[in-house]
Design a protein around this ligand. Structure first.
Ligand code: CS2
Length: 461
């Protein structure tokens, strides 16, 4: 039984205690200014990414404070409310001391659909961003992101306010269009006449690609920050140094380029690079690492068996990427991703990256499988990735030992399919109808790794 964590008696990071900090510079701007941005989903990634970009804009003198709203859970509000929205981001890079930054861009933190609707409806709001995970786009029902956006936009319309820009920051291909279509569908189904047309005319939904590796914060991270700061930050996050944001140019887009956001005509090729040449090998490292028994992504990268498998998988992806499509140069992009994964200071875990595979693989792995199959190219390595995920999510023993468990909203359905109808049925559920003919190959890969374990990483041609 782990001992209860002794409460940290140090004062809490807040506006009233900021002056006590001697080791880290406080935000160098007026924190009482307007809050024209709204962010839905103020989790660790948003704090390490959107919140820092807003901080950079504020430092550059632009009004960019953020009204953060969590749609479901009150965690962020409990962490950030007592801290006046202040929190820290600590970057961890190999052979460099950690660097902690105090971020002051969050003006407020609230929870629930009502707060989200009010923030979207506020006439001073010019930009809404979202990080609600791939899972957050699966429903347009009550309390969903699409619904609160449609309700907030209706309130703007009724009050005679103008439109705004709404940008999904989630790892979905064509995320701008996906969100736009969902909001329009809710508006058409439940909104008054005229709302869809108003949204079409007044609201822009640019595509976006965001990037920063942000492990789930741990108690040890919070203790390290408290010792450095002399104050307790319950909302502390750690991240790699790298961060980037590419967004489509649309009317009304705030001056994001002032914070080195790349504003482009179209992000499709950038999204494909991110999903296929960063997120896909990330998942392969996670499940390959779990097969061998590694805790972290960095340990998986350092393992020649896993790294060799993933490098061959990356070559498989590169074979179906068009280097002339206007996106980043593919080989260099892939090499840079692999370099970043190797960061031993980050602590990104295989179980975190391996979580929610039923949603993630549909965006980052299955489209590559389809692209290779239409070219009659082998997809055996991708079958191993999906099979390793299935073993982890269903608790199927590999060489007699279950892998470290990964969370997944489809876990129950997959376990039931496996138990009732066997691996092919589970594989069909995992890969979906478009790839149903591939399910037997995934099931065969599952059988192979159940018997052969991590050796399958080497034996896959
Ligand atoms: C990761 C991503 O957990 C995962 O699925 O692949 O969160 C990844 O760290 C980010 O997309 C990097 O920008």
């Amino acid at each position: 039984m782990s001992e209860a964590k002794a409460p940290d008696r140090r004062p809490r990071l807040a506006a009233s205690t900021l002056d006590a900090v001697r080791t880290v510079s406080p935000p160098a701007y007026d924190r009482s200014g307007p809050a024209p941005y709204v962010h839905l989903g103020p989790g660790a990634f948003a704090r390490a990414h959107l919140g820092v970009y807003a901080d950079d804009l504020l430092i550059a003198g632009h009004p960019a404070r953020v009204r953060a709203v969590a749609l479901r859970h009150g965690t962020a509000e409990r962490q950030l409310g007592p801290q006046d929205g202040l929190y820290t981001v600590t970057t961890r890079e190999p052979s460099a001391a950690p660097v902690t930054r105090i971020v002051g861009s969050f003006a407020s933190v609230a929870t629930g659909a009502e707060a989200a609707v009010a923030a979207v409806a506020d006439p001073t709001t010019t930009l809404v961003t979202l990080t609600v995970t791939e899972h957050g786009y699966e429903t347009t029902g009550p309390g969903s992101a699409a619904e609160v956006l449609a309700l907030g936009l209706e309130a703007r319309r009724v009050a005679g306010h103008g439109g705004l820009v709404i940008a999904s920051l989630d790892n979905l291909l064509d995320n701008g269009r996906v969100l736009r279509d969902q909001v329009l569908a809710v508006a058409a189904d439940t909104g008054p006449p005229g709302l869809p047309e108003w949204i079409e005319a007044r609201v822009a939904f640019p595509g976006s690609v965001v990037d920063r590796m942000v492990p789930a914060p741990t108690d040890a991270d919070r203790v390290e920050v408290a010792e450095r700061l002399g104050l307790v930050d319950e909302a502390a996050v750690v991240a790699e140094a790298h961060r980037s944001w590419v967004v489509e140019a649309v009317d009304g887009l705030p001056p994001l380029a002032a914070a080195d956001v790349e504003v482009v005509a179209g992000v499709g090729a950038h999204q494909q690079r991110k999903l296929w040449l960063l997120n896909a090998p990330h998942s392969a490292l996670a499940y390959g690492g779990l097969l061998v028994g590694h805790d972290t992504i960095a340990a998986a990268v350092a393992d020649p068996l896993v790294a060799g498998f993933v490098r061959r998988l990356v070559d498989d992806v590169l074979a179906v990427v068009d280097p002339t499509d206007g996106g980043p140069e593919p080989v260099g992009y892939a090499e840079d991703s692999l370099r970043r994964f190797a960061n031993p200071a980050l602590g990104h875990t295989c179980t975190q990256v391996g979580a929610d595979g039923s949603r993630k693989l549909a965006q980052r792995v299955l489209p590559v499988v389809e692209a290779r199959r239409v070219r009659d190219l082998p997809v055996d390595r991708f079958a191993v990735v999906v099979a390793a995920w299935l073993a982890a999510v269903t608790g199927t023993p590999v060489q007699g030992r279950p892998l470290a468990a990964v969370e997944d909203p489809a876990a129950g359905e997959l376990r039931a399919a496996l138990g009732a109808s066997g691996p092919i049925a589970a594989a069909e559920s995992a890969v979906g109808s478009a790839l149903a003919s591939w399910a037997p190959d995934v099931a065969a890969a599952l059988d192979q790794l159940v018997e052969g374990g991590a050796g399958v990483l080497e034996s896959t041609p």
